[in-house]
Design a protein around this ligand. Sequence first.
Ligand SMILES: C[S@@+](CC[C@H](N)C(=O)[O-])C[C@H]1O[C@@H](n2cnc3c(N)ncnc32)[C@H](O)[C@@H]1O
Length: 239
Amino acid sequence: MARGQGTKSSRGSKIGDGGARRQTERVKTARRRKIGSTQWLQRQLNDPYVQEARKDGYRSRAAYKLSQIDEKFKLFKPGIKVVDLGAAPGGWTQIAVEKVLPEISGGKVIAFDINEILPIKGATILQGDLFDTKVPEELRHLTLGKADGVLSDMAAAATGHSKTDHLRTMALAEEALRFACDALIDGGFFVVKILQGADEPALFSCMRKSFGKVKRYKPAASRSDSKEIYIIGTQFKGS
Ligand SMILES: C[S@@+](CC[C@H](N)C(=O)[O-])C[C@H]1O[C@@H](n2cnc3c(N)ncnc32)[C@H](O)[C@@H]1O
């Protein structure tokens, strides 16, 4: 669990100020390390959110994205039931647990991923592929018509070909929307990650049919050079 109370950095101060003072770390290009992985390592070492996540005890820098989304849209409160799709390694789940407080509020946070998620106190963890009909059955059983919120930060491994990456992420987003429409209670919310591209408007208009309000949002923690953006649907109209 995160050591700190809430997400300090999402409030802006530490990351903005600290980033300016920090010295840029350079990574020596090892003879057998590819240039791409050297650049990735250098970016990780110099990313203020990576450093802050390490300090605050979050498993990923992505934790700050959800925290900033919640600051903007005020989605969470103690006692609600939330499903986190594509939750590994667990940064979003940590934030959800901090806000839902399952152990004292009677709320629930269910984290689901195709990869293993190490235990997070207060969260129920399930492993499986959202496209695999058998595994989501267990998930559906736990959540059918009972979830106040569904989150999806699911992403396929990047190929580097932007159109392919866009389409693969859209397929995950559409599946997450299908899941959310079965799982949510009336008035519930859905947060989904996409990579911007040609198919985005179709998902957006699909969401507008099911949610009273639909907004796009790019949190400050989302890298500016990335096509990643989040679509937030609130006031679910019912399946
Ligand atoms: C960007 S990571 C999520 C990071 C996470 N939100 C956090 O805060 O730590 C995307 C995740 O989506 C998961 N994923 C991709 N395809 C999936 C699928 N078909 N079913 C379940 N999870 C999937 C990946 O395994 C990966 O862990």
